[in-house]
Design a protein around this ligand. Structure first.
Ligand code: FES
Length: 293
């Protein structure tokens, strides 16, 4: 049977719809566009590359030989060092380009460039984000029952089969959660020459909330929900199946608000990084609320 064309008005953005259908995709384009620009800027900031080498760690005299935070902690914007260690999530886990296992041609890169590819891949292939950016940036579609500028939608074929990697990115994203937990742990451990002390600063609370939001986003992932509950036709017969059922219910609950977890967690990652950046670059204090030195 041949294709049946719907009686749509023709011409970009033409439609019989009377609601403000364009508001959602426009707001999403602005939001995602801003986040992508900010993350790219910050990803380059600590690199030893063109004019970026005037900023951040690479402007340090000992950048070329730096192997750890301490070597560049005076001038880096990746973390706050005020007795404890509050690391920006954009740079976690911290991989210095000077590490011996990294090829010499990559020494100009910033630590963020080594690891941002995985969170970016996870979000870029996320089922929710795909819907959002296909509409916001590529007009595929422009909106339901709204005429679009390009050819008919032909599905996720060709280069877009790469979206099938989402489950792999999800497995990697799961590894980030214990790493971010460790970062939070470091942020509440204060040290000086007299010993180790527990403390909670504004920065550590920001990292904790970041961990909670990213956990909500990751455990509500459609692929995670399928891993824990897919292919099961027995929820009660064994301890494992009862555990799987509980996990599936938990993931389903989070999945119902996956859009919210996706958008708010993205904002909070950037905000956490922004807070650490301004504390380091503009001399603000990360207030210690409990304990500390
Ligand atoms: S579907 Fe959104 S993170 Fe997996």
């Amino acid at each position: 049977m041949g294709k049946v064309k719907l009686p749509l008005k023709r011409g970009f953005g033409k439609t019989d719809r009377r609601d403000d259908w364009w508001k959602g995709p426009t707001a999403m384009a602005a939001y995602l566009g801003f986040m992508i620009i900010y993350a790219t800027w910050r990803g380059f900031m600590e690199s030893d590359f063109l004019f970026f080498s005037d900023f951040g760690a690479s402007s340090c005299e000992n950048w070329d030989s730096a192997k750890s935070f301490k070597d560049v902690s005076e001038c880096q914007t990746m973390s706050i060092e005020q007795g404890s260690h509050v690391l920006s999530p954009l740079y976690s886990p911290l991989i210095f380009p000077q590490s011996s296992w990294i090829p010499i041609e990559l020494w100009w890169m910033s630590p963020a460039m080594f690891i941002l590819v995985f969170p970016a891949g996870f979000r870029g292939t996320c089922y929710y984000y795909r819907k959002a950016y296909y509409r916001a940036f590529f007009q595929q579609p422009t909106g339901c029952a709204v005429s679009k500028p390009w050819n008919e939608y032909s599905g996720e074929r060709g280069i877009l089969v790469v979206q099938n990697l989402h489950r792999m990115f999800m497995y990697i994203a799961l590894i980030y959660l214990p790493i971010l937990t460790y970062d939070f742990w470091l942020s509440i451990n204060f040290h000086d020459s007299t010993g180790d002390y527990f403390g909670v600063s504004v920065g550590s609370l920001i990292l904790l909330l970041n961990l909670i939001l990213l956990s909500g986003y990751t455990f509500g992932c459609h692929a995670f929900r399928h891993v824990v509950g897919g292919g099961s036709n027995d929820w009660t017969g064994s301890t494992i199946s009862r555990f799987k059922y509980k996990m599936w219910k938990f993931s389903t609950k989070l999945n119902e608000r996956h859009k919210d977890w996706a958008l708010i967690s993205l904002f909070w990652v950037m905000f956490a990084d922004f807070y650490i950046w301004i504390c380091q670059d503009f001399g603000f204090t990360d207030f210690v609320l409990i304990g500390g030195l």
